[in-house]
Design a binder for this molecule. Structure first.
Ligand code: GLA
Ligand code: ZN
Length: 675
């Protein structure tokens, strides 16, 4: 694998963040300080112009870019590159006043008032035209500047629009999808139910909250359409930029746990994946270790969308955030640990929101590298500075990637379908948590794992886990069979293969679409447990695992039974099975079983396929980045204890020390071992 540096002009990793100099144009002294302090903090990038439209174009057709040009110039002269945003994330007042159709309509059918941000109609031609105009001017003015290394499209795309224009686009989208044949849609959505049949596509309304919220098909297609329409909007910006400055890569910043857009679809349109990582550190409901490993799952989700190159952590909080229920300070040492985690997981950047706290308005108390105090000797500044120095020490890792032999299947529309379905319990469906827990089980074994959509290639993997793959995309069942047939190890759980992509249930037994043959089991019923209920899985070797939330009652055909239920009226019936299929094995885990047993099954799967795994002390996160025959192993200590890891050899780039066998890591310490 060749090293794939995201920014060839930058020698190493990017360290930077959102910079809003337009808030300080009347304070040249502060702008000058910014440059001095950025250099001191070891920063080599700044993200400009995310919300600058009303300064760029204070009145329609009157432009003001000189300040931007000066700032980009000045940054560049000081070794700081610019990531330049398109300003479409927030609109100037004049625009909404003159063209109210740019404002979104909510799920009651009410047009928004002007204000806040991230709330334009994706379909509005006039909005697209105004955006196109400002992007043209921006790109012409500064797009060719040597300091500009990337376009940051808009900001954190999200939300929906229920305006007449979006509705009519939705209707066209459906007509297209169902070959202009309303009977196909009626069948796919099972519309004879409750007299839901439509006569024409133009009768179909989106799922207004006071309208049709009970049609599974409608709800799912509306979500798919919203992704399609958002993507269409994003593509309109990208197309412009590719014409104006073809050599500059584009990205848009994705959000953590944002459910409403299928990022896999949008990922195909951008050059680099970037995302904003804001885990709830130091909360009162889980250990720091858990928060960190959950965050690692999201790095993996993002990394895996373009796993052939590094990704970017576009935003993170250098200190606290301002929007949590309780805005707790980041404890000393955590900033470095958290930032190193991003790099360990394959990010070539550590970037912040925000460089400097503003004096006023909504985010005036959001954490920043520079506080209202304005000094470079604050705790936060010093931690950022220390990190900057560390990032320089590991600059060789830039351009390397993670090569995983295991994958977790994770589909946004599967998540939507599980969310839509009635049955089970709304409190415990927990698709994301279940996928994250599987990821964490791999992490404990030091096995790198991609988190991929089910229609991506399976060719790279020895092991695939498909948690709660309720909805099967076309062809997935056959591809899973082929994967196992060739020697792959597959694990699926309760709630696999109940419905097709229209959410129509498979007849003849779950898992459907032929998966019953692969697993050698049929699930006949699923029991939803109350939080106070529990069951157990009793394994043949005498070990057992606890069961909560969901338990399927299985009919076993040819599969081998590994465990049976310990309680209830289905006591003694199978809960975990393994089926040999061709050269591989298909495991079926029919209930939500505790991690200790999942762990054992994953080890078995790794051993059968010679997939490298490790014995890591609890609290150590491990990753390996590689390319050009260079190898960098990252060990992160998520705990306050001194921990030791065995069998580590190489040089620790962070302290220059040779490690020969035992690696000792202090509280929250990271080691980056080159070998
Ligand atoms: C998001 C936005 C930023 C800022 C931060 C605050 O990530 O992109 O503009 O509002 O949240 O955490
Ligand atoms: Zn709209």
């Amino acid at each position: 694998m060749e090293k794939k540096s995201l920014f060839p002009v930058v020698n190493g990793l990017l360290h930077g963040g959102d910079y809003n100099p337009e808030q300080w144009l009347d304070r040249p002294d502060i702008l000058e300080e910014d440059i001095r302090m950025m250099k001191k903090a070891g920063m080599n990038s700044a993200t400009l112009g995310v919300f600058s439209w009303s300064v760029y174009e204070p009145f329609e057709g009157e432009y003001n870019f000189k300040w931007l040009e000066d700032i980009i110039d000045n940054l560049y002269k000081n070794g700081i590159y610019t990531i330049l945003a398109t300003p479409s994330g927030a609109r100037p007042a004049w625009l909404d006043e003159k063209y109210p159709e740019a404002m979104r309509v909510d799920c009651y059918g009410h047009r928004n008032h002007h204000g806040a941000r991230h709330n334009h109609c994706m379909s509005s031609p006039v909005y697209r035209e105004k955006v196109s105009n400002i992007i043209h001017r921006l790109a012409e003015r500064v797009g060719k500047h040597s300091g500009v290394i990337m376009w940051h499209i808009s900001n954190e795309f999200g939300g929906e629009c229920y305006c007449p224009l979006c509705i009519s686009r939705f209707q066209n989208y459906l007509a297209d999808k169902f070959d202009n044949d309303i009977s196909k849609l009626n069948h796919a959505w099972w519309n004879t139910f409750w007299s839901h049949n439509y006569n024409r596509f133009d009768q179909i309304e989106p799922p207004f909250i006071n309208g049709e919220t009970t049609s599974m098909g409608l709800s799912l297609e509306w979500k798919r359409f919203t992704t399609w329409n958002m993507n269409d909007y994003m593509k309109s910006e990208i197309k412009l930029l590719k014409n104006l400055t073809p050599e500059i890569p584009v990205t848009t910043n994705f959000m953590q746990f944002y459910d409403e857009l299928d990022y896999n679809v949008m990922a195909d349109e951008i050059d680099v994946i970037s995302w904003d990582s804001y885990p709830h550190l130091h909360n009162d409901y889980e250990s720091l270790c858990k928060t960190m490993t959950n965050n690692s799952f999201y790095h993996a989700v993002m990394r895996s969308m373009k796993k052939e190159k590094p990704f970017m952590m576009m935003e993170s909080a250098p200190g606290l955030v301002n929007w949590a229920l309780y805005n707790k300070l980041k404890r000393p040492g955590i900033h470095k640990l958290f930032s190193m985690q991003a790099v360990a997981c394959g990010s070539d950047t550590v970037q912040y929101f925000q460089w400097r706290k503003g004096r006023g308005s909504f985010e005036q108390y959001h954490g920043a590298v520079v506080d209202h105090l304005g000094k470079d000797d604050t705790r936060i500044f010093k931690e950022v500075e220390e990190l900057g120095a560390s990032l320089k020490k590991i600059s060789k890792t830039a351009g390397t990637i993670i090569e995983a032999k295991a994958a977790i299947l994770y589909d946004w529309d599967n998540k939507w379908a599980i969310g839509n379905m009635k049955g089970l319990s709304e409190n415990t469906k927990n698709y994301d948590i279940v996928c994250t827990d599987f990821y964490n089980n791999f992490l404990r074994l030091g096995i790198e794992v991609d988190v991929i959509a089910s229609d991506r290639d399976f060719i790279h993997y020895n092991i695939i886990v498909a948690p709660m793959l309720y909805m099967l995309r076309p062809g997935v069942a056959d591809r899973l069979k082929a994967f196992v047939n060739k020697g792959g190890q597959l694990l699926a759980t309760y709630l696999t293969g109940y419905v097709d992509i229209d959410q129509l249930c498979y007849l003849g037994g779950f898992p459907g679409d032929g998966l019953g043959e692969l697993f050698g089991v049929i699930s006949e019923e699923i029991d939803t447990l109350y939080p106070s209920d529990s069951n157990s899985a009793e394994f043949k070797d005498g070990s057992s695992g606890s069961i909560k939330d969901y338990a399927e009652i299985l009919r076993v055909n040819e599969a081998k039974v590994l465990a049976t239920y310990g309680h209830d009226f289905y006591k003694g019936t199978p809960v975990v099975t393994a089926n040999t299929y061709g050269k591989g094995t298909a495991y079926y885990v029919g209930a939500r079983i505790s991690d200790n047993k999942i762990h054992d099954i994953l080890i078995e799967m790794a051993e059968k396929t010679n997939t490298e795994h490790k014995k890591l002390p609890f609290g150590i996160e491990y990753h390996k980045r590689t390319a050009n025959n260079e190898n960098y192993e990252f060990y992160l200590n998520h705990t306050e204890d001194v921990l030791t890891v065995e069998n580590v050899t190489g040089i620790n780039l962070l302290n220059g020390k040779d490690v020969d066998g035992i690696l000792e890591l202090g509280k929250y310490e990271t080691a980056v071992i080159e070998f």
